[in-house]
Ligand binder design. Structure first.
Ligand SMILES: Nc1ncnc2c1ncn2[C@@H]1O[C@H](COP(=O)(O)OP(=O)(O)O)[C@@H](O)[C@H]1O
Ligand SMILES: [Mg+2]
Length: 336
């Protein structure tokens, strides 16, 4: 299932081609996924069971949580689906809704039950399932947590009329922004640890203090049984200007490369000044949706140019110097 040469390091190396920054989270996830699929392979030869470790991803919207999971699933060639915890809380039929998620996983596996049983399910907005909180909801966050708990623990789930999907080896990854968790964590900061002047110990201490403790998650509103099923926590950080600039240009399938490809098909070279990337990044930061708004801003910039280019075959190059300046068009065989 997991090729020999696929180690946590090679997994991170693969992720690096698509996910920019988030180094700590990528490492944590790579180890978790590696251990998960290694255990399954080991269990095929040995008897008994090793408890499964599902993963919790904490971080703001648009910072790469879904992208990382999707990229991992692609690398491992396992089926992958995403679902939203909030929509589970909006229905009376939570169990039916969960079955529908697993049915989608089975569809992704081309109807192959064994393949589906090794898939990855990403459930987003898990932080909206607080046990308390008086919002009007059809199903309480707590009962959704209980329903999810069942499949995360590995119960067989009936799909259709008589087929059962074994969820024992499905890797569940839960995600959420957990706004307010920092505050809770800062209150419990440093309990039980002694600071020393030694530099190395300080680093370890910092790591321990930055760890999200199960008690922090209870306080946030997740029930203990649920947090118990999510022993691995990875944190995705806010994306700053520098990382946003890299996201636009560095990944194999980056936005810029995609547009350059479109222009190349028209026989046109597209160049953007470094300043343009910075301007787009600054706008994206204002929108507060992480890297999510980058594509929209880019599309907006490109649309008028792409409208023009196909009807003007003499254009050989387009240069964009600033988001707030008209693009420059260069004709074939002349300098401007
Ligand atoms: N760290 C990152 N590296 C590269 N692209 C990113 C990163 N974070 C976000 N993106 C881009 O933004 C889009 C939305 O990110 P997503 O993974 O869905 O965010 P999240 O799940 O954390 O809300 C992705 O499809 C990708 O294009
Ligand atoms: Mg997401």
């Amino acid at each position: 299932m997991l090729p020999r040469e696929m180690t946590p390091r090679t997994i991170v190396g693969h992720l690096d081609q698509f996910v920019i920054g988030q180094d700590e989270a990528k490492r944590t996830l790579a180890v978790a996924v590696y251990a998960h699929y290694r255990k399954i392979t080991a269990l095929k030869s040995a008897s008994g069971s090793i408890a499964k470790s599902n993963v919790l991803l904490i971080g703001p919207s648009g910072t790469g949580k879904t992208l990382t999971c999707e990229t991992l699933a692609g690398l491992l060639s396992v089926p992958f689906v995403t679902a939203d915890a909030t929509s589970l809380a909006q229905t009376k039929y939570v169990n039916e809704e969960i079955e529908a998620i697993l049915q989608r996983l089975l569809d992704k596996a081309g109807g192959d039950m064994q393949k589906a049983a090794l898939g990855i399910v990403f459930i987003d907005e898990i932080d909206k399932l607080k046990a308390q909180g008086g919002e009007s909801r059809v199903t309480s966050g707590e009962s959704v947590q209980h329903a999810l708990l069942k499949i995360m623990e590995g119960a067989p789930v009936k799909l259709g009329s008589e087929k059962y999907l074994d969820t024992t080896n499905i890797l569940f990854i839960c995600g959420g922004a957990f706004v307010g968790l920092e505050k809770i964590m800062s209150r419990t900061h440093g309990f039980g640890f002694i600071a020393t002047s030694d530099g190395d110990n300080k680093r370890i201490l910092e790591r321990l203090n930055n760890r999200v403790k199960p008690t922090d998650l209870f306080e946030f509103g997740l029930i203990p049984e649920f947090t118990g099923r999510l022993p691995i926590v990875a944190r995705f950080g806010e994306l700053g200007k520098e990382l946003l600039v890299r996201i636009m240009s560095e990944p194999k399938n980056s936005i810029v490369r995609q547009f350059q490809e479109v222009f190349r098909a028209e026989g046109v070279e597209l160049t953007l000044a470094p300043r343009v990337f910075e301007q787009i990044a600054e706008l994206a930061i204002e929108y507060k949706t992480g890297a999510r708004s980058l594509r929209g801003i880019f599309e907006e910039l490109m649309t008028p140019i792409l409208y023009l280019v196909p009807d003007t075959p003499e254009i050989s190059r387009v240069e964009i110097r600033s988001l707030f300046e008209d693009p420059r068009f260069f004709r074939r065989g002349s300098s401007a």
